[in-house]
Each structure stands twice: as C-alpha cells, then as structure tokens.
Design a protein around this ligand. Structure first.
Ligand SMILES: Cc1ncc(COP(=O)(O)O)c(C=O)c1O
Length: 391
C-alpha cells in the first residue's frame, strides 16, 4: 500500500477573488426560486410571473438602500463589476474625452479604456500612488484637464488592500462638474458605501465577492444627475410595439432574459447584510487583518506590501506579501500543498498596481479574508508562512 496523504482541512483565503462560502439563506433563495418560481419577469401575466416581477423590483430596492441611492430604477443589473465598468465607460465617454484614474486600477478599467483610446480617441492620465498604495487627493485636481469628463477610482485596491480617498475625490469631481466612477468590486458588502455622501456618479459592484451573493450577479448604480447611453439593445419585455430601444430606466439597459436564480441569491445576500449591517462585517474583517499583519510582520524575510498593522481602518482584508528569495508561485504552491491554504499568486489582473508597488512582473502572494474566516485559520496561516520562510 502506498503512503496515504495527510488529510488537511482546507482554508480558503482568496475572498478578493470570490467568497467561496455563501450564507445558507443565499443558497436556499436560489433553490426556492428555481424550484418554486422559475419564470422570467415582465413576460407572462401568469401567477409565477408576478413573483418574478417582485424579485426584480425588490432586489433593486434592496441594493438602492444598501448604497443609499434614492432612485432604485437607477440600479442596473449586470453580470459582474467588469460589465458594469464597460457599460459606464462605453455609454458615457465620447470622442476626444479625457479620463483621470489612479495607478492602482484593475484591468477591468484599463482594458476598456485602452479600447476606447483606439476606437474613440479617449485619452487618460494616471495619478500615481506611492509604493504603499497611498494617493494624494490633490494629485487628482492637478491631473484634470478642460476635457476631463470622468475620474475612475477603485474604492480599494485588490493588490494592496488600501482604501482610496473617495470622499475627497468625490467632492473634487462635484466641484469641477466631472463625473466620478467608483469600482467597488473589493468593497461592496465589506465597507459601508453611501453614493450620495461620496458624490458618486457610477458605482460598479459585483455580487460574488463581499456581498456574498452568487457569481454572475452585480450591477451599475447610476446617480440621477448623469445621462448614459445603452451598450446593449434588445427585448426588455416592455414597449414591445416599438423597434427602438425603450428609453426609460432600467429597461434601457436590461435587454434579454435576466439571471433570476442569481438575483434571488443576491437579494437574500443583500437583505442579510442590511439586517446584520455592513459595519459588523467590516469589524470582523478588520480584526482578522490586524491579527494577520501583526503575525506576519514578525517573520524574518517577509515583506508585506501596503499599509502596516495599525492602519486597518484605511484598508480592506487584502494583504499582498513576498518571502525573500522565494517565487510567489512556489510559496502559493507550498501553502496549498502542505497546509491546504488557498491564496492567489501573481499579478491579480492588476499589472499597473504591481508596477506601482514594485512587484511587477512576478507579483505577490495575496491573502484575502472574508466574513467566514476565523482567528484560528489566520493563526494557521501565520504559522505556515513562518515555516515556509525558514525552509
Ligand atoms: C478592483 C477590481 N475591479 C474589478 C474586478 C472585476 O470583478 P468581476 O470579476 O466580478 O467583474 C475585480 C475582481 O477581481 C477587482 O478586484
């Protein structure tokens, strides 16, 4: 008989990619919708169609409440944050417009902007963050040009975990009459978000990370103060006599059959967050981050990027690190193989952010914690890193 492999209880520490464990209420809502309702909204006048309409309307209302947006018809369903960013950029920017963004942005923002650069002559300027990922809000003002139409900013970097100065940049944009797009992929559900207070024009969010909803859900919440062209046209279940796209919100942006199973799960997730409070999630994730940082900062030869322990209020539960003399992919492999710890290594779809903190092209090992991680798991991760550093 061959040697049996030691059974290790897996520890998931890649919540920045997706939250693996969802609240039981989310799973139940998906199954309930699929088995008991199962039809599209706005199509049939039969009984389950009414339940479908209520789901679509109700999920929008819950999301508008979560993000403090007065008009729920301005919450547009998208399949993820990437689709939301594309819809906002491609529906808002015109030939020759200028955009300002930070040097920590994800490819979800950079890639569509580079396409718009080629297709529409849209130009953009980068505001550099320092090697810890901090930005100076005054640099955004300096980067504005007469033709600047939009400032794009990730609310939190998926590499450094640092929170951006969204309140200051939002106030600047409002003062200068420039629209403000916030990529909340890493913060929706994890950090309280108030579109009105932060003066956000476009809030791009995804359902499968901090909101703890199903993959394939997300949205674009748009301030009533901004106009937007549609990016996709087709059947909406409304104005069926017309061959032109309806112009009323949200129909203008929601062509084709929606992801009802996903929306059912998303509604359950958001309602749970509204009940528990995002600040309760935030408190737990701050504590796990502090515990992890305090532990790893004592390890010889380990470099953690971004803000140090003690600055948890200025960051989310995402920590990038490297071990001296070791390739991040080797460290990630050992964490998984020897300890069952799942992390994400490499460039995290954010090459610009890695250039900013000096870790391009090899990248880092990224730990990211969610609501379901425990102190014990963090303790195990710190111990594992200590052992790998010594080996
Ligand atoms: C900062 C940031 N923006 C955008 C995205 C894209 O999110 P999604 O894959 O849900 O579209 C991510 C996902 O990793 C992210 O971290």
């Amino acid at each position: 008989m061959g040697k049996s492999r030691k059974v290790i209880k897996p520890i998931y520490m890649d919540a920045a990619a997706t939250t693996r464990q969802k609240p039981p209420a989310v799973l139940k809502a998906v199954v309930d919708y699929a088995s008991k309702v199962g039809v599209s909204h706005g199509r049939g006048t039969y009984q389950p169609g009414i339940a479908a309409n209520e789901l679509v309307y109700g999920t929008r209302a819950s999301l508008a409440r979560l993000f403090n947006l007065q008009r729920s018809d301005r919450v547009l369903y998208m399949k993820n944050a990437t689709e939301a960013v594309n819809t906002a950029l491609k529906g808002f920017l015109k030939q020759g417009d200028h955009v300002v963004l930070s040097s920590l942005e994800h490819n979800a923002v950079i890639r569509p902007l580079n396409k718009l650069k080629r297709d529409r002559g849209v130009d953009y300027g980068l505001v550099p963050a320092n090697s810890s990922g901090r930005m100076n809000p005054f640099d955004f003002e300096k980067a504005l040009r007469p033709n600047t139409k939009l400032v794009c900013l990730a609310h939190a970097s998926n590499v450094t975990g640092g929170l951006s100065p969204v309140a200051e940049v939002g106030a600047l944009c409002a003062k200068k009459g420039v629209a403000f797009l916030v990529d909340a992929a890493q913060t929706a559900g994890a950090v309280p978000l108030d579109m009105k207070a932060l003066q956000i024009s476009f809030l791009c969010f995804t359902g499968h990370k901090g909101l703890m909803g199903p993959p394939g859900t997300g949205g674009l919440a748009v301030s009533p103060a901004v106009a937007l062209d549609s990016f996709l046209e087709g059947g909406t279940g409304s104005n069926s006599d017309q061959e032109e796209q309806p112009q009323q919100w949200p129909d203008k942006f929601e062509s084709g059959t929606q992801n009802y199973w996903g929306l059912a799960g998303l509604k359950a997730a958001v309602d749970l967050l509204l009940k528990t409070g995002v600040s309760a999630v935030r408190k737990k994730e701050e504590a796990l981050t502090a515990q992890f940082l305090e532990g790893v900062e004592r390890i010889k030869g380990l470099k953690a990027y971004g803000l140090p322990s003690g600055a948890e209020k200025e960051r989310v539960a995402v920590v990038s690190l490297n071990l001296q003399g070791k390739d991040p992919s080797e460290v990630g492999y050992q964490l998984d193989e020897r300890y069952g710890i799942m992390t994400r290594v490499g460039l995290h779809c954010a090459p610009l952010a890695h250039r900013t903190i000096g870790t391009y092209p090899t990248g880092t090992v990224r730990f990211s914690f969610g609501y379901y991680n425990t102190e014990k798991e963090v303790e195990t991760a710190v111990k594992a890193l200590k052992e790998i550093a010594k080996s």
